[in-house]
Design a protein around this ligand. Structure first.
Ligand code: GLN
Length: 506
């Protein structure tokens, strides 16, 4: 019998709707694979096991009764562990939230449940989403299914490893500076960061509120679009939620796959790996990017080079803005309301309990960011750091706006390098931060950006990034789908079929 963990979401939905497979069968296949493989991958922090089977059974019973079900009812899903789930452990990768059982669920978790999808579990991540490798998790490292000695990217590395390793058909990631796109890129997946405000942040544990967005991580562009349409759209519980309809994302993915890009204007960003800006970029990444651009041109797109000089400043600006907002957001973890409470033995006063809880509950990177952010916001330094960074943010936004008067989308590599070996950047924060070089500009401007595989370099996946104007997420899907279809056709198979480990199809 076919291995149900190898089937795309779009096809699973069809099989489930046609009654050719049951939700329980699909769910059990994934739970069995998690049990067999997650010991070495470390993708999950919590697996729902019996609860997942119960939820799947309910879907099958509803179908048997003849209830009208949504098209993806019965498809299993994994959530990054900063998506708050009612009565299901949610740690954000931090000791400080160990043991917390949320009293409510995030809007996106509720929307996925309302669509009939089945929660498999919660995936590992860098603590409070701060990192690019998932090595900053308080609960251990996650390994890249392509090479178990390498990182799966971060901070949504549990989600990327789970989906690439076929331990979930798709997963939710979140992206503040690149945490959907970068892990997707280095594991051979599709990852989309939606327009800021187009997917609800209600019930996402906040890192940097002006940047955080949740989005899909999937094995195909179409699957990513399908998930985006389930989770997206206005939510009155999130004050930054945009009240505008989603613009035909699944249709755009389907249209893109037909491969006609005539009339599309593509801008290649010089500052992101172009001439004179290749420091830190691996030759294989640059080669795959050039080839991807040639494929788009071959499909009829008109390609030009675009210069956005302020993009060079995205990294320093981000590493002031994000820690500043984090220092404020993380003040709520005081040992009283959530999870861990240290020093609660009657011999410490309240201030000591708070200090001890934070000392024991936060890891080194989180402490570094809180200190950095507090400093950048402190009186006398505010204008020089946070204020300057916000000005750079405005410049970057303006350069995007100017570029989009000439082109429809901007493209670049997603990351300067392929997945790096575990342990090689943990002691070098600047090298770690450099993983976000290409993803940060779209984050700071709040724009949609997708990462789609563009091939392999030394046997490891390379990601290609497509950025679009606000609320033009459909363009990202269209272009990504065109590239995916053309490359799959040229190769004769999917990139993920080249995955050497874990063992693959049973
Ligand atoms: N790697 C970046 C950071 O450490 C981005 C993280 C993210 O997008 N959550 O902040």
């Amino acid at each position: 019998m076919t291995d149900l963990t190898r089937i795309d979401v779009a096809e699973l939905g069809r099989l489930l709707t046609a009654g050719e497979v049951s939700a329980v069968e699909v769910t059990r296949a994934h739970l069995d694979r998690i049990a067999a493989e997650d010991g070495r991958l470390g993708a999950y922090l919590h697996v729902e096991d019996d609860a997942a089977v119960t939820a799947a059974t309910a879907v099958d019973e509803a179908r048997a009764r003849g209830d009208e079900l949504r098209p993806l009812a019965g498809v299993p899903v994994a959530l990054k562990d900063l998506v708050v789930t009612k009565d299901v452990p949610t740690t954000s990768g931090s000791k400080i939230l160990e043991g917390w059982l949320p009293p409510y669920g995030a809007t996106i978790a509720t929307r996925l449940a309302d669509a009939g999808t089945v929660l498999l579990g919660k995936t590992n991540m860098d603590e409070f989403a701060m990192g690019s490798s998932t090595e900053n998790s308080a609960y251990g490292v996650t390994r890249n299914p392509w090479d178990l000695d390498r990182v799966p990217g971060g901070s949504s590395g549990g989600s990327s490893a789970a989906v690439a390793g076929h331990l979930a058909p798709w997963a939710i990631g979140t992206d503040t500076g690149g945490s959907i796109r970068q892990p997707a890129a280095v594991t051979g997946l599709v990852g989309h960061k939606p327009t800021y405000g187009s997917v609800s942040r209600y019930g996402l544990i906040a890192f940097s509120s002006s940047l955080d967005q949740a989005g899909p991580m999937a094995r195909t562009v179409l699957d990513a679009a399908l998930m985006h349409e389930v989770i997206g759209g206005h939510d009155h519980c999130d004050s930054t939620s945009i009240d505008a309809p989603l613009s035909g994302l699944v249709d755009a993915a389907r249209a893109g796959a037909s491969g006609d890009l005539r009339g599309l204007r593509v801008g290649v960003v010089r500052e992101l790996g172009g001439d004179g800006h290749t420091d830190g970029y691996e030759p294989g990444v640059l080669a795959r990017t050039r080839e991807a651009v040639e494929v788009l041109a071959g499909l009829g797109a008109e390609v030009v080079e675009v210069s956005c000089p302020s993009f060079d400043l995205a990294l320093p600006a981000y590493y002031l803005i994000a820690p500043s907002e984090a220092s404020s957001n993380l003040a709520r973890y005081e040992g009283v309301r959530f999870g861990l409470r240290a020093g609660d033995d009657g011999s410490h006063d309240l201030d000591d309990v708070m200090a001890l809880t934070r000392e024991q509950g936060f890891g080194p990177e989180v402490k570094r960011r809180i200190i950095l952010g507090t400093y950048a916001l402190s009186s006398g330094y505010y204008d020089a750091y946070y204020g300057q960074a916000q000005k750079v943010r405005t410049l970057i936004t303006r350069e995007f706006t100017a570029a989009f008067t000439d082109v429809d989308v901007l493209v670049s590599p997603t990351t300067p390098t392929v997945a790096f070996p575990i342990g090689t950047r943990v002691d070098d924060p600047i090298a770690m931060y450099a993983a976000d070089l290409c993803t940060l500009p779209a984050s700071l401007a709040g724009l949609p950006a997708i990462s789609v595989p563009s091939g392999l370099s030394d046997g490891l996946p390379v990601g290609f990034q497509v950025m679009a104007p606000a609320l033009a997420d459909d363009r990202c899907y269209r272009v990504a789908a065109a590239l995916e279809a053309a490359q799959d056709a040229a190769r004769g198979h999917r990139l993920l079929d080249e995955l050497p480990t874990p063992a693959g199809a049973a």
